[in-house]
Write a protein that binds this ligand. Structure first.
Ligand SMILES: Cc1cc2nc3c(=O)[nH]c(=O)nc-3n(C[C@H](O)[C@H](O)[C@H](O)COP(=O)(O)O)c2cc1C
Length: 217
C-alpha cells in the first residue's frame, strides 16, 4: 500500500498535528513491511501557478476543449502533481486549523490537483462524476481551541466540512478525522488532548490495513 502524506503545517518537529500523524503512520507500518509513505511537504514544495497559462487551461478543460499547444508545457507540472496524487492507495492529511479552515498551502494544493477530466468530470446531463473512487483518507487536524460537537465554537469549524466536501466531490468519501484540540488554552489541556489524539491515531493506524467487515476476500 502506498500512502500519500500531505503535510500542511510549517512547524516541523514543533507541530502538534504532525506528532499525531506520526503515531498513525507508526501504527500502520508496524502491521506490514509492504507500506510506502510518500510525502508532499507543502511548505517545502513549489506548486505550479494556478494563474496565467494554467488558469486558461483549466477553463479550456472545463468546457471539454483540447489544451492549447502553447499551454501544454506549463500544464505538465499540474499533470505530474495530479498523477502523484492519484497514484496513492490512501491519503493522510496533516493540517492545523487556520482561521477556521485549512492553511492556505493546503487550499493551494487542492486548487492545483482538483481538475476537470482528472479528478472529476461532468456527464452529458451536467452531473458531476467523481473519478477517484474507493480510496480512504485520514485527516489529522489540530486546533488552538476546542471545536467538538456541542461546544460554542463547533459552528465555526469549516475545516472538517470543507475537507469532507472537496474530497467527497472527487470520490473520496471514506474519511476519518482525528482532531487534537484544544492546543493553545493551557499546557495541561494540550498535553491531555495530544495524549488522547496520539492514542486514537495509533489505534486507527494499527487497524488501517485490516479488511473492512463484509469486504470480498
Ligand atoms: C495563521 C494561524 C491561524 C490560526 N487559526 C486558528 C483558528 O482559527 N482556530 C484555532 O482554534 N486555532 C487557530 N490557530 C492555532 C493552531 O490551529 C494550533 O496552534 C495548532 O495546534 C497548530 O498545529 P501545528 O502545530 O500542527 O501547526 C491558528 C494558528 C495560526 C498560525
Amino acid at each position: 500500500m502506498r500512502i500519500l502524506h500531505i503535510i500542511a503545517t510549517p512547524r516541523g518537529s514543533e507541530s502538534h498535528s504532525l506528532r499525531v500523524s506520526e503515531a498513525f503512520l507508526k501504527g500502520v507500518c508496524e502491521q506490514s513491511d509492504d507500506v510506502t509513505v510518500d510525502v508532499v511537504d507543502l511548505y517545502n514544495h513549489d506548486l505550479p501557478a494556478m494563474a496565467g497559462d494554467n488558469i486558461e487551461t483549466k477553463y479550456t478543460l472545463m468546457v471539454g476543449r483540447p489544451i492549447d499547444r502553447g499551454h501544454e508545457e506549463s500544464w505538465r507540472q499540474v499533470e505530474s502533481l495530479i498523477e502523484h496524487f492519484v497514484s496513492a492507495d490512501a491519503y493522510l492529511i496533516t493540517a492545523p486549523m487556520w482561521n477556521f479552515g485549512v492553511p492556505y498551502a493546503l487550499k493551494y494544493y487542492i486548487d492545483c490537483v482538483v481538475q476537470p477530466g482528472y479528478l472529476f468530470r461532468y456527464d452529458e446531463t451536467g452531473q458531476v462524476v467523481p473519478m477517484v473512487n474507493g480510496k480512504r483518507m485520514v485527516c489529522v487536524t489540530s486546533r488552538g481551541a476546542d471545536y467538538s460537537a456541542g461546544t460554542y465554537l463547533h459552528p465555526y469549524d469549516f475545516q472538517e466540512p470543507y475537507l469532507r466536501a472537496i474530497f467527497g466531490f472527487v470520490g473520496i468519501t471514506d474519511l476519518q478525522f482525528i482532531h487534537a484540540q484544544p492546543m493553545d488554552i493551557t499546557p495541561h489541556q494540550r498535553e491531555a488532548a495530544l495524549t488522547g489524539a496520539v492514542a486514537q491515531a495509533r489505534d486507527l493506524g494499527k487497524g488501517f490495513l485490516a479488511p473492512a467487515v463484509g469486504a470480498a476476500a
